[in-house]
Design a protein around this ligand. Structure first.
Ligand code: SF4
Ligand code: SF4
Ligand code: SF4
Length: 425
């Protein structure tokens, strides 16, 4: 079987197809710290793409409350457990987060979903990707355990009493919202498992699509996707998944006059926590340095945004700024070894990071690059015993044509509501 380079694992891995890379790659960053769990993103996708008959239980994007929630139920715990059974006691990372863009999180010594074919064969499955087909019951409640905290259940997960939490404070109860969609993986498990070759990754933007004419509904993609983001539609007997709103990314929507536009679920986010874009990738799918592309900056320079379950091995292109109030052991399992560093940086952002974070959701256009103009110092305090300074810098966003889309300041303007409007809507 061919081998490919997976920079998130920091090593080569087996994959059923020869190495290939798109010209650009669809990617996104979601800031968990600010997600409200309002489900506006979920409904934006539902009302655009999955409102038809047979799609009632299809949620291409969803927001689940961790640690208990999941759509389908327990999807991540199940895959983690299967990988542990396949490779007992050896699912570990070595090294530590570093500045090497070829292996920024060190090296994963364990095995991903493509690397345990003997285990898969032993369980009588004809394909080589580790996975499972969730039964119908597990798709029934997309928002099960909403707002249920750890320690609020009869059987709480045990992280050890008083374990140091990431925010430096100890909380007994915690939960967070995890907004999920297809990660348009660089090495998609859905694509690898499809016996009809009905799934393809577009060479222009890395978006992964299912050809509805070729699909025969064998559900091998549903079984193989470790994120369970390929779904089966009973009325058409085919599988469907997030299409990354490709007409918008292509710039077909009249709103942006030919310029690439962010997807529906990104644009609708009222919490202003999501940013989607396109990044340049090399032949081995590592990211080509593009210092002022905001996604490149957040993932590879500031290192505050981390991939979701990188150890699965599909090289997902969805990145998350991890929540500050959750036990580190839980977050490290979910986002890999870079969590502690990412949270430290996010809690006391430097001047550039603070400015880049202001770019989120000021426009529907995809931001190709940003520029910062320095402003005066407006605030100073101590965070974790270290000096924190805030500057009212201006950050300017440019689109693909290098035209300014907008500019915004770090300090938000204050508008005082006139007394005559008191108690009116
Ligand atoms: S998240 Fe799942 S459905 Fe999406 S590309 Fe990756 S393997 Fe395929
Ligand atoms: S990118 Fe588009 S198709 Fe995909 S989940 Fe978001 S709204 Fe739905
Ligand atoms: S719309 Fe934004 S804030 Fe609301 S649930 Fe979705 S990601 Fe979170």
């Amino acid at each position: 079987m061919p081998s490919v380079y997976n920079w998130q694992l920091g090593r080569r891995m087996r994959y059923p197809f020869e190495p290939a890379s798109p010209k650009e790659q669809f990617a996104f960053v979601i800031n968990i710290n600010r997600c409200l769990g309002c489900q506006t993103c979920t409904m934006a996708c539902k009302s655009t793409w999955t409102f038809a008959k047979g799609q009632e239980h299809m949620w291409w994007t969803n927001v689940e409350t961790k640690p208990y929630g999941g759509y389908p139920q327990h999807w991540d715990v199940k895959i983690l457990d299967m990988l542990e059974q396949a490779n007992p006691g050896a699912q570990h990372w070595s090294g530590s987060p570093n500045g090497d863009p070829k292996k920024p999180y060190g090296t994963f010594l364990g095995k991903g979903v493509f690397e345990v074919p003997e285990f898969v064969a032993r369980n009588g499955q004809p394909n080589q990707v580790l996975g499972y087909l969730p039964p119908d019951e597990e798709w029934r409640f997309p928002n099960i355990y909403e707002d249920v905290p750890q320690k609020g259940q009869s059987k709480p997960m045990d992280f050890g009493q008083g374990e140091q939490l990431t925010g430096g404070r100890k909380h007994k109860a915690w939960f967070f919202y995890l907004a999920r969609l297809c990660n348009h993986c660089s090495y998609p498990a859905c694509l690898a498992a499809c016996p009809r070759n009905a799934i393809y990754k577009r060479p222009e933007d890395g978006i992964v699509l299912i050809d509805q004419k070729e699909c025969r509904g064998y559900r091998k993609c549903v079984e193989a996707c470790p994120y369970k983001k390929a779904l089966y539609r009973g009325t058409t007997r085919t599988s469907e998944k997030c299409i990354a709103c490709y007409p918008r990314v292509e710039g077909i929507d009249p709103e942006t006059k030919g310029m690439p536009m962010e997807t529906r679920c990104m644009a609708a986010c009222i919490g202003q926590v999501r940013m989607q874009g396109l990044v340049k990738v090399d032949k081995d799918n590592t990211w080509i340095e593009d210092r002022h592309n905001p996604l490149y900056y957040l993932v590879h320079v500031a290192k505050v945004a981390l991939p979701l379950y990188p150890q699965f091995g599909t090289e997902p292109n969805g990145y998350y700024i991890p929540p500050r109030w959750v036990p580190l052991s839980y977050l490290e399992q979910m986002f890999g070894p870079g969590v502690e560093q990412a949270i430290e940086r996010y809690r006391a952002p430097d001047r550039e990071l603070l400015a880049v974070l202001q770019l989120v959701r000021r426009s529907n256009q995809i931001i190709a690059r940003y520029k910062i103009e320095h402003g005066p110092k407006v605030y100073e305090t101590q965070v974790n015993g270290k000096k924190f300074e805030m500057y009212n810098d201006t950050v300017i966003a440019y689109n693909r044509a290098d035209k300014e889309i907008f500019r915004t300041d770090v300090e938000e303007p204050v508008y005082v509501r006139p007394a005559k409007h008191a108690n009116t809507i």
